[in-house]
Each structure stands twice: as structure tokens, then as C-alpha cells.
Design a protein. Structure first.
Length: 423
């Protein structure tokens, strides 16, 4: 019988997290005035899988920064942990990052004579510590919150300082590969975005001679529907002309022996999905997903929740997605890029409804009525390129998922001694 996480590390000496810190500093309980640029603010959704992700960036000016760092300023190798939404997410402050904290975060200044900050980062992410946090979550109030006394009382298994550094070095190597894959995906996303701008905004797609169409004098004509010039011979289409939206659903609990891949907005992460184990119960209906589908969130923010359906069986997704089913697979790369465009996001914003900005929804029929300039040959040539980018990104995401699972599996083994670090 396989040992539990607790049994694997039961021989390790335990310390309270508060005893390993020189200071534990709660964030300012106020919302600053946001700026378009300036000094970065770490918010809870910027903490993803143990690292910082500033794809959604927020900024403050120098005066606000000074006010928010009066008690303590985040410095290299300090830890930041989220008190809620999600509770227990943690990251390390990298070198040369000037920043302050948003709400619902706590700054941990590790006593480096006792503990290695990188080791503590991984220890907090371990199942052993996360289980303690889940117990606090389950016994909390309606709005769960990791309060400072409970945070300080978290039990941390602690080997000797040299051993901590060895363990952290192994796990950090995995994190560096994860970070490299993320950086590669960011570059691929930027390349796809730039290509779309060249081909469908500036209309400088390669003509039959390989020259940029508009720049080299390709004929243009004014279109009253789009209220702009488009290449001569191009049509105006709606999304519903190239795709329909999925209405067929399935309830996983009706088929408990099937292992589903589930795309979920509440559980959304950078990989976009997680796998339901056999027998895991989901009582509500979910939409079916296939390889010809693009998933777009009905909920704001729309652009950060666009998912490329994979070539797999038994894929399902939350009904908070609009599942756009391509009429032709060859146009998938185009639709994927189209629904990430600022003009589409503005369109969704104008047509959304709800009680608050963060919970506004878009009606699928409204989303499918979005109009754009279209030429079949150019769209399919563009899609072929972007589809290659997307497949490379999916490969990197899958590798990151495996690396994260390996990191989480290695941690208790390294701490307890069945696996030793050489050197």
C-alpha cells in the first residue's frame, strides 16, 4: 500500500512557518488608483504555479508605491502568499523587481539563517502544507480567508539548511524549464498576434508574388458595413458563417467509468484544463468539445479564456464557455486569433450584461454575429501558420503539466530521504 504524504515525511522535524520568518507583513487593505504604466502591483491572479505571471498587469505611481510599502517593501527572495481566491498560492520575488502588493496577499521575509527561501516556496506548494490550508478553508467562514495566525501556524517540514539548498536546486531546475516553456509560448502568442495585424488589419498579407498586398498597391475598396477599406474582392462575414456553437451536452456522472478531460473556468489555469479521474463526480451537464472547436468564455475577461480544442476523445467543458465549432478545420487558426483581437473584446464588452463588471456575460448568439473581412485563401494560409504555433504551445503546456506533477511528486521524496540529491 502506498504511503500517504504525512507518512512519507513523518520523520522530518517540523517548524511553524512564522518561526522561519523574520517578518510576516499583511498587505494594505485598500484598492489603489490604477495606472497604465509605472510600478507593478502583485495581485492574487498573478501567482500561477509558484511563479509570477504578469500577462494581466496592474501599475501604480511612485507616491502610491511609497504608501503601500511603508511597513515593508518586497525584496529579492521574499515570498508572497495569497490569503484567498485562491488561498495558499505562493511565489518568490525575483531579482530586480520593484513592486508592491495588492489586496489579499501576505509578504513573508524568510530568516535565511534557518531556511532557504526557494525550499520554503516548494514546501508551501507541497501536498502536505496545501492540505493544512484546505482544512483551514473548509472550517472557515462563508468567505474563506487564510488569516495571519493560521498562516504563521502552518507546519513546515525542515531538513538541514545544506539539504534544503540541494532540494531547492533540483526543483528549481524543473521550474526553469517550466519558465522557459512559458516564455516560448509568450513569443509564439506575440508572433501570431503580429501576423494577424499584418494580414487582417494592415492587409499586408503576401500576394501571389509574395509581396505585401496593400503596401505594394493591391486594390482596396471601401466597405460600408465595416466602415473601412478592405482588399478588393473580399467579403464581409460573421462568425456564424464559419462556425456554429455547441449545444450538445453530457453529464459525466452518467458515465462514471469514463475519464474526461475537463475545461473549467473556475478551475482555469494556464494549461486550460484538468483531467477528471474515473468515478469523480460532476453532476451538472457539460458541453462536448472536439478538435474543431475554439472555446471562448461567456464571462469577463473573455480574452484570457480562449482555449484550443485538442485531438482527444471525451473532452468536456463548463457551460460558461461558448464552444465555437468550425465548419472547416483549415480555418481554426484564424478563428483562434480573431477572438483574441481587441475589436472582438470591445464588441463582447458592449453586448454583455450582468450585475458587475467582473461577472458580465455575453449571449452566444450575439458573439456569433461579430463581423470581419474575409477571403478564404488568405484565411486558410494564415490558419496553417497559426495552427503550427498553437500545436507548439499545446506541446509546451502539456510538458509543463508533466513537469509540475514531477516537481510535486519529488518534493516529499527528497525531503524524507528515499531519493537523495547528489553533489
Amino acid at each position: 500500500m502506498e504511503m500517504t504524504i504525512e507518512e512519507k515525511i513523518c520523520g522530518m522535524k517540523m517548524y511553524k512557518l512564522g518561526d522561519l520568518c523574520s517578518d510576516v507583513v499583511d498587505c494594505p487593505h485598500s484598492t489603489p488608483e490604477w495606472k497604465n504604466e509605472g510600478i507593478r502591483v502583485i495581485r492574487n491572479f498573478n501567482i500561477v504555479n509558484g511563479s509570477l505571471d504578469f500577462s494581466n498587469g496592474f501599475f501604480v505611481d511612485e507616491e502610491t508605491f511609497e504608501k503601500r510599502t511603508q511597513r515593508a517593501c518586497p525584496e529579492f527572495e521574499d515570498l508572497v502568499i495569497s490569503r484567498e481566491a485562491p488561498m495558499g498560492a505562493v511565489c518568490l520575488i525575483p531579482k530586480n523587481l520593484k513592486c508592491c502588493l495588492g489586496q489579499r496577499l501576505v509578504l513573508l521575509k524568510i530568516n535565511k539563517e534557518l531556511a532557504d527561501p526557494n525550499y520554503i516556496l516548494f514546501a508551501i506548494q507541497s501536498q502536505f502544507v496545501q492540505k493544512q490550508i484546505r482544512i483551514i478553508d473548509q472550517t472557515g467562514s462563508i468567505v474563506s480567508n487564510l488569516n495571519i495566525p493560521d498562516l504563521k501556524s502552518l507546519r513546515i517540514p525542515l531538513p538541514s539548511l545544506p539539504e534544503q539548498k540541494k532540494i531547492a536546486s533540483v526543483l528549481s531546475a524543473l521550474d526553469k524549464k517550466i519558465a522557459l516553456n512559458k516564455k516560448m509560448n509568450q513569443k509564439l502568442e506575440a508572433m501570431a498576434k503580429r501576423l494577424y495585424d499584418y494580414w487582417f488589419v494592415q492587409f499586408d498579407f503576401p500576394d501571389k508574388n509574395g509581396h505585401p498586398y496593400k503596401t505594394t498597391g493591391g486594390p482596396m475598396t471601401y466597405n460600408p458595413t465595416l466602415k473601412r477599406e478592405i482588399p478588393a474582392g473580399w467579403k464581409v462575414k460573421q462568425i456564424c458563417d464559419i462556425a456554429s456553437f455547441e449545444k450538445e451536452s453530457v453529464c459525466p456522472s452518467d458515465n462514471p467509468c469514463i475519464e474526461y478531460k475537463h475545461f473549467s473556468i473556475p478551475g482555469y489555469d494556464e494549461c486550460g484544463s484538468y483531467v477528471l479521474e474515473k468515478g469523480e463526480s460532476i453532476l451538472s451537464d457539460k458541453f462536448k468539445v472536439s478538435e474543431i472547436d475554439i472555446l471562448v468564455s461567456k464571462l469577463n475577461p473573455w480574452t484570457s479564456r480562449v482555449i484550443w480544442g485538442e485531438t482527444q476523445e471525451n473532452q468536456i467543458c463548463s457551460t460558461e464557455f461558448v464552444v465555437m465549432k468550425l465548419h472547416e478545420l483549415k480555418e481554426k487558426g484564424f478563428l483562434y486569433s480573431l477572438v483574441k483581437q481587441p475589436s472582438f473584446i470591445d464588441y463582447c464588452t458592449r453586448g454583455s450584461s450582468g450585475t458587475s463588471h467582473s461577472h458580465r456575460r455575453v449571449n452566444p448568439e450575439y458573439m456569433m454575429d461579430y463581423i470581419f473581412a474575409y477571403d478564404k485563401d488568405v484565411v486558410q494560409r494564415f490558419s496553417a501558420i497559426v495552427s503550427r504555433y498553437a500545436l507548439m504551445m499545446m506541446k509546451n503546456l502539456r510538458e509543463n503539466r508533466r513537469l509540475i506533477a514531477l516537481r510535486d511528486k519529488l518534493l516529499p521524496l527528497l525531503m524524507n530521504g528515499p531519493v537523495e540529491v547528489c553533489g
